[in-house]
Design a protein around this ligand. Structure first.
Ligand code: ADE
Ligand code: ZN
Length: 325
């Protein structure tokens, strides 16, 4: 398998990255101090020790409280900007990044505070040679009404948002809960993607709803499609990409799902490798690619194919794609 340096230098697109998941312990401490927020931790080691999880829900239980340190537009800017600088080191040319407005509006932060900070960072990223776009995610463990409210808040910023996604705790929160708001989003011309997390209670049914009812353009994670040849054929025919996150998987289900990722790659599905929440899983996109290569003996050609897939399923205008690949 290729070297770490080869993987790092390979031009790539990152398509599954939660901005809130890039909160490094150092920045968390800095923002806590700046905003006078008691977080109960004083050193990087103490923050790192709190980053322990063995399931999606135990991860989310650490993830949401940590966000309290994010208060001002400048905080949101800084969070996104720090990520984009790291992405540059990994030769990320295109970043389509998730953000969770409800994780902030639900604790009294204004939508525009969040949005303006993040958006300004994506604009500044052009200076780094990265084109960056925002994907607004609804929290599926909140109500459909809350998602609709969030959608209304986002509408004035429509031209500055690349698409709409769905994340957070999947258990008992199927895509169907949000069909109304996703239908509206489609009517407004938004592109759609959804998390179909690994090995969920009703994974196959959730994937079915995402693909055939909501008609998503991508599946975030989604590797459970491998169990169903009909789904595999459908995603291939419709050029629907999968944004997989092996190191994240190794935390939440104790399995990178490398076997499944490679099987799908070999079947010609546009699978990609991404970092999900790099500060929490201590793995940026090149580390994810390297971890997969190392553990499953991927060839250089397979790594190149994964990087190529990332541009092919990116939401870049077709005419501009040749500038990347
Ligand atoms: N929010 C941040 N990371 C997530 C993940 N892997 N699944 C669902 N929601 C998330
Ligand atoms: Zn995710």
């Amino acid at each position: 398998y290729p070297t770490r340096e080869f993987i790092k230098q390979l031009p790539k697109a990152e398509l599954h990255l939660h901005l809130e998941g890039t909160l490094e312990p150092e920045l968390k401490l800095k923002l806590a101090k700046r905003n006078n927020i008691a977080i109960g931790q004083e050193t990087i080691e103490e923050v790192q020790e709190s980053y322990q999880f063995d399931s999606l829900s135990s991860f989310l239980n650490v993830y949401y409280p940590a966000m309290n340190v994010l208060q001002t537009e400048e905080d949101f800017y800084e969070l996104a900007w720090e990520y984009l600088k790291r992405a540059k080191e990994q030769n990320v040319k295109r970043a389509e990044v998730f953000f969770d407005p409800q994780a902030h509006t639900s604790r009294g932060i204004k939508f525009e505070t969040v949005f303006n900070g993040y958006y300004r960072a994506t604009q500044d990223s052009l200076k780094l040679g990265i084109s960056a776009e925002l994907i607004l995610c609804f929290l599926r463990d909140m109500s459909a009404e809350s998602a609709m409210e969030t959608f209304e808040q986002a509408l004035p910023y429509k031209d500055k948002i690349a698409g709409i996604g769905l994340d957070s705790d999947e258990r008992s929160n199927p895509p169907s809960k949000f069909f109304d708001v996703f239908k509206k989003a489609k009517e407004e011309g938004f592109r759609i993607t959804m998390h179909c997390d690994i090995d969920q209670e009703n994974s196959i049914e959730h994937i079915r709803q995402a693909l055939f009812d909501a008609k998503v353009e991508r599946l975030d994670h989604g590797t459970n499609i491998v169990e169903n040849p009909e789904f595999v054929a459908y995603v291939k025919e419709n050029n629907i990409g999968l944004t997989c996150c092996p190191v994240s998987n190794s935390f939440v289900v104790e399995d990178m799902k490398g076997k499944e990722i490679i099987e799908l790659l070999e079947q010609g599905v546009k699978v990609t490798v991404n970092s999900d929440d790099p500060a929490y899983f201590q793995s940026y996109i090149s580390d994810d690619l390297y971890a997969l290569a190392e553990n499953y003996s991927l060839t250089t050609e397979q790594i190149i194919q994964l990087a190529k897939n990332s541009f092919e399923i990116a939401w870049i205008p077709e005419a501009e794609k040749e500038n990347y690949i």
